[in-house]
Ligand binder design. Structure first.
Ligand SMILES: Cc1cc2nc3c(=O)[nH]c(=O)nc-3n(C[C@H](O)[C@H](O)[C@H](O)COP(=O)(O)O)c2cc1C
Length: 441
């Protein structure tokens, strides 16, 4: 029996920023990143390869955890500077016609009404290709930027995100789908009987409605989400059309999928309504030896100077790793942290008490190791997808600093044609809209 088809997406893991401005293969990133050109080129390349979507990360703070100040982050261009994901999404929409475009917007930082209309605007301008990557925004510094004394506890953030999302979806439905009639005979652009108030009043939010923005071609834009805590999974199973998950073992991935699908069914949805994509970070070469050698070079560079990884890990965990000795085993520190930050980011340290930070920084590089030729990696991806009964993969090239043009070419010109020749990914889009392509198989 031939293997089942799967979906591909691409994660711009530092959003609209300078990316690999220091790499040997940096192109013009250091000088031109803010024009968005490199990212528009990326999007066009992804579309030429039949990807389902581009996921644009975002955050609203300048990190200052590592060393207790902003120095390491600003020097490296890590997480700051960064421009707004939704603006890049609109620019990408103008230069593509089939690729799904998911912009990150946090339920802690946005207002539901504004978000609802922003997303419908993106859906209109992209002709039905808008996606909202829902995050709950766990950073203290971001809370401070928004005027809060502190961030909300993890569980409350998800409960609030649930109400926020319910409200957004209700606002999207304040217009009946055929309300926009543009009828010259009756001099009616909109049928007033088909636009309704909402009068929503929840625990955290109130909104009268209706939205002053009609629904776009998808009616409800695609919802993407990545949350691996129990609360995050429950939320994803209820709301998300597609979920991004850190790759684990076959058993872990299978268990994760089953849980998300069961949650979808508990919420009155079909198990196949939610597409779970596991993160992959392939390391490609013309030969296996070449791929291994390039990976080992990256490992050596990480071992010599793990600062960027440490600073980025400090930013997501909220732990100042500059105070740790790089070469002393960690001890039980992970068990002592009760994090309200990103819970799953702390998990990577649990059970690793015998390792040093330097060792962990190198191990992190190979957390999702797929190293080899396009043929070998295609084999691995197909095998894994068959074994877990998965829906596909999200590419995240080089966790700390994104991709560069060379890595992009390796994936788009090397790996994807190999996957296409095995019949497991599309060669052409069947539909115009993001959600239709996502649900096509
Ligand atoms: C692929 C992926 C993309 C993410 N994108 C963002 C993002 O753009 N902004 C953000 O604040 N958090 C982002 N996150 C973090 C998640 O939203 C979430 O906080 C994290 O996975 C931890 O989930 P948990 O709190 O349920 O453990 C992302 C996570 C993953 C795996």
């Amino acid at each position: 029996m031939s293997p089942k088809m799967f979906h591909l997406a691409w994660f711009l893991n530092q959003g609209w920023g300078p990316g690999q401005w220091q790499s040997t293969w940096r192109g013009q990133m250091g000088k031109e990143w803010y024009t968005g050109k490199a990212y528009i080129d990326l999007a066009r390349r992804l579309e030429s390869a039949g990807f389902d979507y581009l996921l644009i990360e975002d955050s609203n703070y300048t990190a200052e955890i590592y060393g207790g100040n902003r120095d390491a982050y600003l020097r490296a261009g890590y997480s700051t500077p960064k421009l707004d994901a939704t603006v890049l999404a609109a620019a990408v929409a103008q230069h593509t016609s089939r690729l799904g475009i998911a912009a990150t917007m946090s339920t802690t930082e946005w207002n539901p009404y504004m978000l609802a209309r922003h997303m419908q605007s993106l859906d209109q301008i992209s002709n039905g290709r808008a996606g909202w990557n829902i995050v709950t925004g766990g950073a203290k510094l971001s809370a401070a930027n928004m005027g809060y004394d502190d961030r909300l506890p993890h569980a409350e953030r998800y409960a609030r995100a649930d109400e926020f999302t319910d409200l957004v979806r209700k606002l999207w439905n304040t217009w009946e789908h055929d309300a926009l009639i543009t009828d010259l005979a009756t001099k009616s652009l909109v049928d007033p009987d088909k636009v309704h108030s909402l009068d929503f009043e929840g625990q955290w939010f109130k909104s009268r409605g209706p939205l002053n923005t009609p629904p776009g071609p998808q009616l409800e834009p695609v919802i993407t989400q990545a949350g691996s805590s129990p609360a995050g999974r429950a939320f994803g199973g209820k709301h998300a059309d597609t979920i991004l998950a850190g790759g684990g073992t076959i058993e872990q991935n299978r268990e994760y999928l089953q849980h998300v699908r069961a949650t979808a069914v508990e919420n009155g949805r079909k198990a196949t309504d939610v597409k779970v994509l596991f993160i992959v970070s392939p390391w490609l070469g013309d030969t296996e030896q070449e791929a291994q050698a390039s990976f080992q070079r990256a490992e050596a560079a990480r071992r010599d100077d793990p600062t960027t990884w440490l600073a980025s890990t400090s930013a997501v965990t909220g732990v100042d790793f500059s105070t740790f000795d790089l070469d002393t085993p960690l001890g039980s520190f992970a068990d002592e942290i009760d994090s309200e930050h990103v819970k799953s980011a702390i998990e990577q340290f649990r059970g690793q008490s015998d390792k040093t930070l330097r060792e962990l920084s190198v191990l992190a590089l190979g957390r999702r190791p797929m190293i080899g030729t396009p043929e070998q990696i295609a084999d691995r991806m197909i095998e894994m997808n068959e074994a877990v009964d998965g829906d596909g993969y999200l590419f995240e090239l080089n966790q700390a600093t994104q991709f560069n043009a060379r890595m992009l070419a390796e994936v788009i010109d090397g790996l994807v044609p190999e996957l296409q020749s095995r019949g497991v990914v599309r060669t052409e889009y069947e539909f115009e809209r993001f959600k239709d392509n996502l649900l096509a198989y």
